[in-house]
Design a protein around this ligand. Structure first.
Ligand code: S3P
Length: 166
């Protein structure tokens, strides 16, 4: 297991950004979010990139972002829920970090993502789309080294649980 970085993966609404931020504070490491990285480089929002250029183009930007981010060390990285769909992204994550999979109950995911309506993949029927994508992506996060369920634990307990497993 490579300990240069910690990478959080998981479906939308599993708490990757929140946990990564807190975990980076605890470790004194840098916090990097792949979506924020893309937005900073492109000077526009993820929603706008999807709308103007489409998902395939976004996935190219995402792969470039993951490749660049994973060249640095001592970072807690939160990734977009679809960042694991490209094999090369998985390889960069695994070679350069410990990968932690966050999971949560579908209903909790739906509640969380319904509060924040900025996700382009969920702009139509949230419930139907979450269930469909969860099914489609059932095994894509399974390569992670560690796993933690964020459904009911407090943020501190989740962060503590990850640190204990490292
Ligand atoms: C996506 C998840 C989003 C963002 C984009 C696509 C996905 O990130 O990268 O909207 O394909 O699951 P979060 O997982 O942080 O919501």
């Amino acid at each position: 297991m490579n300990t240069d970085n910690i990478v959080l993966i998981g479906f939308m609404g599993t708490g990757k950004s929140t946990i990564a931020k807190k975990l980076s504070d605890r470790l004194g490491w840098r916090y990097v979010d792949s979506d924020q990285y893309i937005e900073a480089v492109e000077g526009t929002s993820i929603a706008e990139i999807f709308e103007l250029k489409g998902e395939a183009y976004f996935r190219q930007l995402e792969s470039k972002a993951i490749r660049e981010i994973m060249q640095q060390k001592q970072q807690v990285v939160s990734t977009g829920g679809g960042a694991v769909l490209a094999l090369e992204n998985i390889q960069h994550m695994v070679r350069n970090g410990t990968v932690v999979k966050l999971i949560a109950d579908p209903q909790i995911i739906i509640n969380r993502v319904s509060r924040d309506r900025n996700r382009p993949l969920l702009k139509d029927d949230v419930k139907e789309t979450v269930y469909r994508l969860l099914e489609q992506r059932k095994h894509v996060y399974d390569f992670a080294h560690l796993q933690i369920d964020t459904s009911t634990l407090s943020i501190d307990d989740i962060v503590g649980g990850i640190i204990k497993q490292l």
